[in-house]
Design a protein around this ligand. Structure first.
Ligand SMILES: Cc1cc2nc3c(=O)[nH]c(=O)nc-3n(C[C@H](O)[C@H](O)[C@H](O)COP(=O)(O)OP(=O)(O)OC[C@H]3O[C@@H](n4cnc5c(N)ncnc54)[C@H](O)[C@@H]3O)c2cc1C
Length: 420
């Protein structure tokens, strides 16, 4: 299916690279514009690496409003919204609260399931194509629970929902968990085990994709910032960048948490907040784990990646700022020590905390498809905690939309104009 049409991808994180891949595969002439240098970190680099079909619940889940209000009072909480007088944040918060309902949870779960399962298949395909260069491991995911009350709560909630929509979730007691991960002492009452989940090494995935794209003829403009747009007659006619104007038939916005700012001049609204998260990567850890695990009560994700062990977590809605809040990093360390008692502070000594900004939409659903009233502008953004998981299917969906084919997943709940 050779095309002679051209497309410009604005933003070279995992989403931009994935859109570039599926479009180039269909013969589009692709240019990626990225403000950072080649090799610089994007949000996916320090992520937990999960490819997780088990995440069928949007973050705007029932009960999150009260939890969020309580957590707002403490900068140590796992989900912290820094109160500030900002009209975008206030509107985002209002939309978030409106979606914390059982009806939204039930409506979203089958869509997230379809997206996640389709993406997981594409990740396996990509691993085959690249000779498993990004260390795909299909080991499942353990949601560890320290107390029986938490285990019961998650059995009746997330596990039940997963099983209902066809994503297998097994409830395990402490002995069954120990049998799955015999190399480590775990301080738990039990776990929910999701056998379908997988994980990758994102620090290998991004360069692998970049190399593959170059081989496919994709052009990269590094160190180049998008700062404006040209538009006429209901179409975008060019994108203004620090490297001059770039023209194409189609334009795709993949700026992650910066996407709303990148739309300046087009009078379009894409409600989104930057959800800062931290991770700590231990080189040559004493503790050898085989399975990734979420330490449920502490909201910490632990992932074995090659010779390293990564601990990630926290969601801090406080705008884009490079401040490393040591109390939040400490929460990750304390959570890890509580569940994995063999770990001590010495294991974490000298590890430099990494942080990245998740692009968080107010209803916990990504934005995928045509954007605003411009016939040739689209976006794949707002994936929050699922950007790595959903990058392949989002890229494929963008290729389908741009090529005029019927999208392989229903896009109604993902319409980028749903809050316009
Ligand atoms: C601690 C942590 C753990 C996570 N764990 C997981 C996980 O296990 N599984 C999962 O699925 N997801 C996870 N995520 C989420 C995932 O990493 C993100 O959803 C995903 O990386 C977002 O990718 P993106 O390409 O949309 O955005 P980004 O990676 O932010 O990419 C946007 C790009 O646009 C560029 N840009 C911005 N402005 C401009 C401009 N004006 N001009 C040109 N370029 C511009 C930026 O430089 C950037 O490279 C995690 C996130 C964090 C923080």
């Amino acid at each position: 299916m050779r095309q002679s049409k051209s497309v410009i991808i604005c933003g070279g994180g995992v989403m931009g690279l994935s859109c570039a891949y599926y479009l180039a595969r269909e013969g589009w002439r692709v240019t990626v514009i990225e403000r950072n240098a080649e090799g610089a970190d994007s949000c996916a680099h320090g992520s937990a690496g999960y490819i997780s079909p088990s995440h069928v619940e949007p973050i705007s889940a029932p009960g999150m409003v009260w939890k969020g209000l309580k957590w707002m009072l403490s900068s140590r909480s796992p989900f912290y919204i820094k109160p500030r007088l900002d009209s975008d944040l206030i509107r985002w918060g209002w939309l978030f609260a409106r979606h914390c309902t059982e009806a939204h949870r039930r409506r979203s779960a089958p869509v997230l399931r379809d997206l996640c399962l389709a993406s997981r298949k594409l990740v396996v395909e990509l691993a085959d194509i690249t000779g498993d260069a990004f260390e795909l491991k299909q080991e499942g995911l353990l949601n560890l629970c320290q107390t029986q009350a938490t285990l019961d709560h998650y059995s009746a909630g997330l596990a039940a929902l997963c099983n209902e929509v066809g994503v297998e979730a097994r409830v395990l007691d402490a002995a069954q968990v120990a049998a799955l991960e015999p190399g480590a002492k775990l301080q738990v009452a039990g776990a929910i085990y999701f056998p379908i989940d997988a994980h990758v090494s994102p620090r290998r995935l991004i360069p692998t994709l970049t190399t593959l794209l170059k081989e496919m003829g994709v052009k990269f403009c590094w160190n180049t910032s998008v700062y404006g747009w040209r538009a006429a007659g209901g179409r975008v006619t060019g994108v203004a960048t620090t490297g001059g104007d770039h023209l194409a038939d189609e334009y795709v916005l993949t700026g992650g948490s910066w996407s709303p700012a990148m739309l300046q001049g087009l009078e379009l609204r894409l409600p989104m907040q930057a959800g800062k998260g931290y991770s700590l990567t231990m080189d040559r850890p004493r503790l050898r784990l085989t399975k990734p695990m979420i330490l449920t009560e502490r909201r910490v994700a632990v992932t074995p990646m090659g010779d390293t062990l990564r601990f990630g977590g926290t969601m801090e809605i406080a705008g884009h700022n490079d401040l490393v809040r040591s109390e939040r990093v400490q929460q990750i360390i304390d959570g890890a020590k509580a569940f994995l008692p063999e770990l001590t502070d010495a294991d974490f000594a000298g590890i430099k905390p990494w942080f990245g900004y998740r692009p968080v939409s107010p209803d916990g659903m990504p934005y995928i498809g045509r954007l605003g009233r411009y016939a040739n502008l689209s976006t794949a953004s707002g994936h929050a905690m699922l950007g790595l998981t959903l990058a392949p299917i989002s890229g494929l969906l963008i290729a389908e939309v741009l090529s005029g084919r019927k999208p392989s997943v229903d896009l109604s709940l993902l319409n980028p104009n749903r809050f316009a």
